[in-house]
Design a protein around this ligand. Structure first.
Ligand SMILES: Nc1ncnc2c1ncn2[C@@H]1O[C@H](COP(=O)(O)OP(=O)(O)OP(=O)(O)O)[C@@H](O)[C@H]1O
Length: 278
């Protein structure tokens, strides 16, 4: 007998993935120098009540002008800066309340890659040490030879030859250094990568290669990304959902296609209009 129940529209598969990260009313403050007495303590508040979610395998783009608070949000998510208030949950656990060794399992699941692949790699360490260090911390049972093998596999995965292992960061181009940063982030087998302007410091031709690499890795490993960028074209290309940040607040959040086709907020429209290529 045919099923006569009216079928409801099937939800987007992305909506069925589990929520990894949930940021709720996040506020971050930085103290300013000069406030010796408690009463006169001064601060800036670059993030003023920001909320969003990231599902497994999803890319959420975070766009906004310089100084709007994008990097600060990324750093708060990976707990490089402490939240002043609000909540950060990872797989429903309040990670903003954790510190020290209790953060370790979270640091294994969420990694950050940075804008400047030159400054983010220790110039005195070989690539084997740079990529091997997170393995040492998070997989202490691995022997040195196993760590080296694993580092070689990671380098191959990001498109670098195995003889890179015994070389130093200065021997690589900007794009190659960013690949090393990605290999280091992947070493702990994370679920979510916070990518802070990962291609902004690179030549345009190299940018596309790194963007493609990030997409391939997402496909193969099911990674989720918080992709921070002021480059709206790159964000449109990569993101499922886009958050528009203005002076520390999210002024618009929408699926990428919808946001670019039909921006609802006046600031979003201005931001889109200011990009000649769009
Ligand atoms: N450690 C800090 N101490 C004090 N103020 C800071 C600190 N880090 C950032 N800020 C300030 O917080 C604001 C937001 O900075 P943030 O780097 O998060 O913005 P952004 O959107 O990532 O900008 P950009 O694209 O230029 O990196 C800026 O006004 C910045 O000067």
């Amino acid at each position: 007998m045919p099923d006569s129940t009216p079928s409801s529209p099937s939800p987007d598969p992305a909506d069925r993935s589990p929520v990894l990260l949930e940021v709720e009313e996040l506020v971050v403050r930085y103290p300013l120098p000069g406030g010796f007495f408690r009463r006169s303590r001064r601060f800036v508040e670059p993030v003023q009540g920001v909320s969003f979610r990231i599902r497994a395998g999803q890319t959420v783009g975070l766009v906004g002008e310089s100084g709007s608070g994008k990097t600060t949000i990324g750093k708060a998510v990976v707990r490089l800066v402490p939240p002043h208030s609000g909540a950060i949950r990872y797989r429903q656990e309040r990670i903003d309340l954790l510190s020290g060794a209790r953060l370790r399992p979270y640091r294994k699941r969420v990694q950050m890659i940075f804008q400047d692949p030159h400054n983010s790699l220790n110039p005195r360490l070989t690539i084997a040490r740079i990529v091997g260090e997170p393995l040492e911390i998070h997989f202490p049972a691995l022997r040195a030879a196993e760590r080296r093998d694993r580092a070689a596999q990671l380098l191959a995965r990001v498109g670098l030859p195995a003889d890179s292992l015994d070389r130093y960061p200065h021997e690589f181009s900007g794009g190659q250094r960013q690949r090393i940063g990605i290999a280091r982030a992947l070493a702990v087998e994370p679920e979510l990568l916070v990518c802070d302007e990962p291609v902004s410091a690179l030549d345009v031709s190299v940018q596309a290669q790194i963007v493609n690499l990030l997409q391939d890795l997402q496909q193969d490993l099911g990674l989720a990304y918080l992709f921070i960028s002021h480059d709206l074209a790159v964000v449109e290309h990569l993101s499922d959902e886009v958050l528009v940040l203005h002076e520390g607040k999210i002024v618009e959040a929408a699926p990428a296609e919808e946001l670019y086709r039909n921006p609802k907020n006046e600031y979003t429209r201005k931001l889109l209009a200011s990009i000649p290529s769009l």
